[in-house]
Design a protein around this ligand. Structure first.
Ligand SMILES: [Mg+2]
Length: 196
C-alpha cells in the first residue's frame, strides 16, 4: 500500500545556516539562521518530510573533505533534532564543473540547478512505499539555482532573502519563485503552511 507524502526540500547554506561566504568544513563554522529550526519544526508538525539538498563543491575543489561535509551534516541534524526539527534525508553534491575529479564527475547531474539529488530522494522514498506529491512539495533556497532546481523538478519554489538573496537575479533571468520571504521562518509561516 503506497502512501502519499509532501516534502519540504531545503537548501542548506544561506537557508538553514548562515552562509559564511566560503565552504563550511567544521562544526564551529556552522551557525543556524534565526528561527530556522523553529520553521522546520513547524513544517514537520504540519506533516512535511524534510530533505536537505546542498551543493558542496568544496569537495571537488579540495577545500573540504567528504568526511568533513558529512560531519557538518550530522552536527546540523543534532542541532535540529534538539528542537524537533531533524531532517529525514540529506543529499550533497561534491561535483564542480571547473574542478574535474575522477571520483566526482559522475555527479554532474546532481549539482543544482540539475535535479539529480531531488530525483534520488523521491526514488528512495518510493522504495519505502512513499509517493512524493510534487505539487504539494516545496523547494526553499537563497539562490536562483535553488528556484530553478525546484521548478525543473515540478516542486513549488520559494526564495529566501537570507544568504545570497538572489531576488534581483531571479527577476533578471525570469526564473520566478512562487514567493519570496525574508527568511525560512517567514517562508514557512507566511506562505508554505498558509497554502498547503
Ligand atoms: Mg544556499
Amino acid at each position: 500500500m503506497m502512501q502519499t507524502i509532501k516534502v519540504l526540500f531545503l537548501d542548506r547554506d544561506g537557508t538553514i545556516n548562515k552562509d559564511t561566504g566560503s565552504y563550511i568544513a567544521t562544526k564551529e563554522q556552522l551557525h543556524l539562521i534565526d528561527r530556522a529550526d523553529e520553521a522546520i519544526a513547524l513544517a514537520r508538525k504540519a506533516g512535511f518530510r524534510i530533505v536537505i539538498i546542498t551543493n558542496q563543491a568544496g569537495i571537488a575543489r579540495g577545500i573540504a573533505t567528504v568526511e568533513q561535509v558529512e560531519e557538518v551534516n550530522r552536527y546540523l541534524n543534532e542541532l535540529l533534532l534538539a528542537r524537533n526539527a531533524g531532517f529525514d534525508r540529506c543529499y550533497y553534491c561534491p561535483f564542480h564543473p571547473e574542478y574535474p575529479h575522477p571520483d566526482y564527475d559522475r555527479f554532474i547531474d546532481f549539482r543544482k540547478p540539475a535535479t539529480g539529488m531531488v530525483e534520488q530522494a523521491i526514488n528512495e522514498f518510493f522504495g519505502e512505499g512513499l509517493v512524493v506529491d510534487r505539487a504539494a512539495s516545496f523547494f526553499v533556497g537563497d539562490k536562483m539555482l535553488d528556484v530553478e532546481c525546484g521548478l525543473r523538478a515540478g516542486l513549488r519554489p520559494v526564495l529566501v532573502r537570507t544568504g545570497h538573496n538572489e531576488e534581483d537575479l531571479c527577476l533578471l533571468r525570469n526564473i520566478v519563485p512562487e514567493y519570496v520571504a525574508d527568511d525560512l521562518y517567514k517562508a514557512v509561516t507566511e506562505y508554505i503552511l498558509a497554502f498547503s
